[in-house]
Write a new protein. Structure first.
Lengths: 213, 213, 213, 213
């Protein structure tokens, strides 16, 4: 209702925390209680859980991934002063991907040996990583960061995000190969371009006096 | 326990945020992991996901709808100073419709070609839009807005809400036609009446000096 | 880790809001998407939803119940200064009953004509109402209320809670009759005793100058 | 993006509260609505609920366990000033175990007479208790506690945590015996070692003037 659309950070962060908390908890719904022929058999239950061990490991791995995204997001969000439309849209895209994560985790946990399930999981992770990077870039370019955050400091953060993207992409080349070689080549090329772009910004940041370690 | 019932805004907003976060996350539970004959077959999983593509698109669409409602609600709630019984009741009706949204989304995702499923989805959206409009009108009429919000400013907001209602109704005429022509005519007439009502308030607001763009 | 156990109210209230938000949203999981023979048939879907209409009505009714409990709880919690062990325990019992509510709602929605399902629903509601009353009594007796809350004011609140309990119990006599006549008599007697107890406190409160309307 | 990684406590605690609220509510999903042959039969529903009584009791027991963990966690978290990487990691491991709790509760509720299900439940509880103890030790050793918390006071808290660990382990020996005698001996020995370690710290704390009651 204002001409300039501005949204309170606290409001957005409460939603983000809620979505993360639920996405994390929903992961466990995929770990099903096994059906036993003999309800009292210790051996049968242990072997059923043994067959489930992959799903249980996938649960803890996916939980760790969400925790990393959550930590990363909040470290960036801490430097944001206010949300405009573009940054809010970016946050919502980010949240829709986070909410979709339990599905990708369930797919991967059910079909760990299937290249397509791995690809969906890796691609979703890549999109989340990219959204985070775009999030910070939007905040930086549109002057939405706190005034206490220096330009050199922000650029250092952006370079780290870009490097994270590139490393992620290059690391996902083997997974992409299991699906299609052209996808793998595309991912590799994109990763290298981002790495080169990060290097260029690093030079600029250095001129501004930052230490992009 | 007070004669004048007043409720803290922060309290209500925490519940609203929680409900939205869960409704958003529950949407993904409708995207089911497909059953595969050959667990390692990349092609089979990809084609199964292809058949699922409608459900996945519906997930992202419904997520976007909830995000729009959430943003809209909080922009209005920001101007509210305190909750009385009527406004709290309106918020609770609003929340009960939001919690019902995942069901409508699941129904529509399962039967996209069924006119009745589309109608339930559109009708629920319409009710949510109407509840939001009523919410703001209650807050405005009962003097629950912040003192910093001018009367002209509030009326401008109300006109926008009314226009949103009308546009939504007129846009839902084609969907209504798939169910029953009399429903479609009723929706169209209602939309036009609301549009005319909005125009009348615009004139009043203009006299108070607001710019209802 | 302190000798005197004291817990921050904000902490507890966040948990309460979270539990309510999830319990409200989980209610809708019981409204299942119907299976259709002809996926495109509008009539079949409408008649399937018609058969579901009881479940949908039960959803909105249970949602309203939870909303009433939530409002009631927060109106009382607003007068509390700090939580000691007894009040925290009471809150946790309250929350465990609230989390159990979706099960009772699902049971009742599935078997609306079954007296036992109705009895579970009514009994759970009664326990929640009783827990709320005990909650306020504990806060009052142990001096955990805000200092701005006068003794007469607190007693008035307590009398209202007691009356709520009694009215609820007397209203649930018909439901109890469908299960067992002795249960019904017990519930009636308990209701009358509470009503008499409330009357006695009203006299005391009046001597303290309160207006227990 | 800072050289020294520090995370705001409020942020972390919101996530913790969200995860606990959802884990508590998800517990009830395991209490299934029974299928009845005669939908109107009061006796059949009561006897079906009677067969369910174990699951319902397990729900309230697991709810109480989560409530105890939540209370314990917040009492410790109240003394923490800031989160560094190690403490955040410990919190995330703690949360992943809490989210896993509904699975262990469901497993135990389904197979109460199966030693392996009991063992998973007890082992998970033990890991949660251990994580809590480690959490406080990290906060204590890395100087992350509030300055108002004295060293003697912190040590007293740590001793209580250690004793809790030891008592839990010794109490779980019978459950371990149902699985394997060597596991039981290992658990017993570990419990005794922790008890001895707690005693040693008590002596140190006493020298610092604390009263480790």
């Amino acid at each position: 209702m204002k001409n300039a659309f501005h949204m309170n950070r606290a409001r957005v962060e409460t939603l983000v925390d809620g979505v993360f908390a639920i996405a994390m908890t929903i992961l466990v719904l995929e770990v099903k209680v096994p059906d036993l022929a003999d309800k009292r058999s210790v051996d049968e239950l242990l072997s059923a859980l043994g067959h489930h061990s992959y799903v249980i490991a996938a649960y803890f791995f996916s939980f760790a991934m969400l925790a990393v995204f959550w930590t990363w997001h909040h470290r960036m969000a801490e430097t944001v002063r206010v949300f405009d439309k573009a940054l809010l849209l970016c946050t919502i895209v980010f949240l829709s991907l986070i909410c979709f994560f339990p599905f990708a985790a369930a797919l991967f946990g059910r079909y760990p040996t299937n290249g397509a399930a791995l690809f969906v999981y890796v691609m979703l992770t890549g999109l989340i990583v990219a959204t985070q990077t775009i999030y910070f870039k939007i905040a930086m370019m549109r002057g939405l960061l706190l005034e206490s955050v220096s330009r050199a400091y922000a650029m250092t953060g952006h370079v780290r995000n870009l490097r994270g993207c590139a490393i992620f992409m290059i690391a996902s080349v083997p997974a992409s190969l299991r699906l299609n070689e052209w996808v793998a080549i595309g991912v590799l090329v994109l990763g290298v371009i981002i790495l080169w772009h990060a290097k260029r910004i690093t030079t600029q940041a250095r001129e501004l006096g930052a230490d992009p370690s």
